[in-house]
Design a protein around this ligand. Structure first.
Ligand code: ZN
Length: 152
């Protein structure tokens, strides 16, 4: 990864860790799920309020995660608010491909936008699950799965 992207990655992670967006419970959410990453100890709750057409009108998260998990959840909520569940599935697949190295940042940048900086996670394989936990949890909430999500 070039140094510009690495620096951007570090800045973005720090910014979102210090002031996570949408870091709160929702009033009367339509969907919610819990996620846990035993490798790191990240715990996260994702709540969703659905609009009339089934789009994600409001998304909030709470919990205690490491910097990568918190930043990933924060940026995820920013990106998906107002999107449809189909958009969310596409974004979530692209994000997974990006952080696991199955796609290059340039290939998925059009889809992921700012989330493309998470290509930086690849250099720390143990952190991949920290970055994907919020997305797993989000999809579990959308699918109405009752059991808490675990990355293991
Ligand atoms: Zn973590």
């Amino acid at each position: 990864m070039d140094s510009v992207l690495r620096e951007l990655y570090q800045q973005v992670i720090l910014d979102h860790q210090r002031s996570p967006r949408n870091f709160h419970d929702l009033h009367d959410p339509d969907r919610r799920a819990e996620g846990y990453n035993p490798l790191c100890g990240d715990r996260i709750n994702v709540e969703i309020k659905l609009g009339e057409g089934g789009d994600l009108e409001e998304v909030g998260f709470t919990g205690a995660g490491c910097a990568i998990c918190t930043a990933s959840a924060s940026m995820m909520t920013e990106t998906i608010t107002g999107k449809s569940p189909a958009d969310v599935a596409r974004l979530s697949d692209s994000f997974r491909d990006l952080v696991t190295g199955q796609a290059e940042a340039g290939d998925v940048e059009g889809t992921l936008g700012k989330l493309a900086v998470f290509a930086g996670v690849r250099e720390f394989p143990i952190r991949v699950k920290c970055a994907t936990l919020p997305w797993h949890t989000l999809r579990a909430a959308l699918d109405n799965r009752r059991d808490p999500v675990s990355t293991e």
